[in-house]
Design a protein around this ligand. Structure first.
Ligand SMILES: Cc1cc2nc3c(=O)[nH]c(=O)nc-3n(C[C@H](O)[C@H](O)[C@H](O)COP(=O)(O)OP(=O)(O)OC[C@H]3O[C@@H](n4cnc5c(N)ncnc54)[C@H](O)[C@@H]3O)c2cc1C
Length: 408
């Protein structure tokens, strides 16, 4: 089997690595000349950790990153509202892991480059896709304007939020909504731990809400804050020092911190009508988007590619037929709608539209977090619920190759 993957982002690379392990040839095509290094994801939750393990990169991801401690909710003055207390040890083998996206990309890429089943083509922009009964292809534009067709058995669109694969299937239709807010992701050296901050902190406030998390062992922090959506990128940058001074403990002025990046993002909740049309598949941001509070975007995307690899691997090994891809489409969309959309939306409204003085009473989740501190059974239920976004597609495999009583 030969699978064409549009997009050498984290989801495309992870998919390629898992497929390659199952002896499938993969061609990765990317429009850019190199990995995207904008400040985006940094936290990957337990179900994504399982996928990174399956891709064979977890050890290197953990070496480059770290497993964080407590996850807290706070008022603007820094005082604690609630905490999910953890240590790197208590998080267990699938424990949430922190590594900035560009560094995760480097780890994934270094593994993919060494894999003889994977071919990576940079500056190969997918401009269209097509399929017939036995094959699928991507039409690619090179930098000099030349177009060529790359043909395989399936095409997987892992080409991000503005996915051309999705647009070739559905035009501009991408059902859902855009929040009336923009989130500004900044990377900064400023010792928030000296002000009593834990490894991950969510500050609840109607206008100055933010998330502050340590993202490297060398003391780099991610501070992602809400901003008026009408501000232009230039206005966002001009406003950043005043925002920091008002929001952050110690009320720092520009000379007090070292700012590395400022990335403004409009935020969305969207999911494509289908994640499969014949031999064309969509995964991760190409298929769905959510706001970044709670870090469910790439976590959900990696879980997609873990499932997609089970489906394509099953077909390649004669354990399933093409109809397993319809299960992929139905079940991954269901998980997005029933879990990821619901949980990520409430993560955002919790920080941006909850009265911090009343959060322990008014917000059911915060009330549960408080209860979890003394209720071990409840805590265990919550830990288990982190896997609710997973769907095991091997349940649709024929029980053994050649079995004439297939589930499909
Ligand atoms: C501020 C912020 C913080 C976030 N934090 C978290 C977090 O902590 N945890 C989490 O799980 N998620 C988080 N996310 C979401 C996460 O960053 C995304 O879900 C993730 O990057 C999506 O990965 P992807 O591989 O689907 O797409 P991308 O990372 O966007 O990669 C897409 C790739 O496709 C390529 N491409 C695009 N168009 C074409 C084309 N036409 N042809 C060929 N190639 C193409 C691009 O060059 C790129 O390499 C955050 C997002 C933001 C904005």
């Amino acid at each position: 089997m030969h699978v064409i993957v549009a997009g050498t982002g984290p989801s495309g690379l992870a998919l390629a690595l898992i497929l390659a392990k199952r002896d499938i040839k993969v061609s990765l095509l990317d429009a850019a000349a190199k990995l995207d290094d904008r400040p985006r994801a940094a936290h990957y939750a337990p179900p994504a950790i399982r996928v990174l393990r399956e891709a064979g990169v977890l050890e290197d991801v953990r070496k480059a990153g770290f497993i964080p401690g407590n996850f807290t909710w706070r008022k603007l003055d820094g005082s604690l509202i609630a905490a999910i207390r953890d240590t790197p040890e208590s998080r267990g083998e699938d424990g949430l892991t922190v590594l900035p996206l560009d560094r995760l990309g480097k780890v994934l890429l270094s593994h993919a480059e060494k894999n003889s089943n994977i071919t990576i083509k940079w500056n190969h922009k997918v401009v269209d896709i097509g399929q017939d009964e036995t094959s699928a292809w991507a039409v690619v534009r090179l930098q000099d304007g030349t177009e060529l067709t790359v043909k395989g058995d399936y095409v997987c669109g892992c080409d991000g939020a503005n996915s051309q694969v999705r647009k070739s299937l559905f035009g501009e239709t991408f059902p859902g909504k855009t929040w009336d807010a923009q989130v500004i992701a900044t990377n900064v050296y400023y010792p928030l731990e000296k002000f009593g901050f834990d490894d991950i902190n969510n500050i609840i406030h109607p206008t100055d809400y933010y998330m502050a998390a340590k993202i490297t062992n060398e003391g780099l922090w991610r501070v992602s804050y809400g901003e008026d959506p009408s501000l232009t990128p230039e206005q966002v940058i001009a406003n950043q020092p005043a925002k920091y001074e008002r929001m952050l403990p110690g009320n720092p002025k520009p000379g007090d911190y070292k700012l590395l990046n400022v990335g403004p993002y409009r935020i969305h909740q969207r999911c494509a009508d289908k994640m499969r049309v014949g031999r064309i598949l969509l995964a991760a941001d190409a298929a769905h988007l959510c706001n970044p509070f709670g870090g469910m975007g790439l976590t959900g995307g990696l879980v997609d590619v873990g499932g997609l690899a089970q489906c394509l691997g099953g077909i390649n090994e004669g354990l399933a037929d093409d109809s397993i891809l319809e299960k992929y489409c139905t079940e991954r969309r269901r998980k997005w709608k029933e879990v990821i959309d619901v949980v990520s939306s409430s993560n955002f409204t919790r920080v941006s539209a909850t009265d911090p003085e009343r959060a322990q009473d008014d917000d059911e989740f915060i009330a549960m977090v408080v209860k979890m501190e003394t209720d071990e059974e409840l805590r265990k239920q919550w830990d288990d619920s982190l896997y609710d976004i997973v769907h095991d597609f091997t349940q649709y495999y024929r029980t053994a190759p050649g079995n004439n009583n297939p589930k499909l």
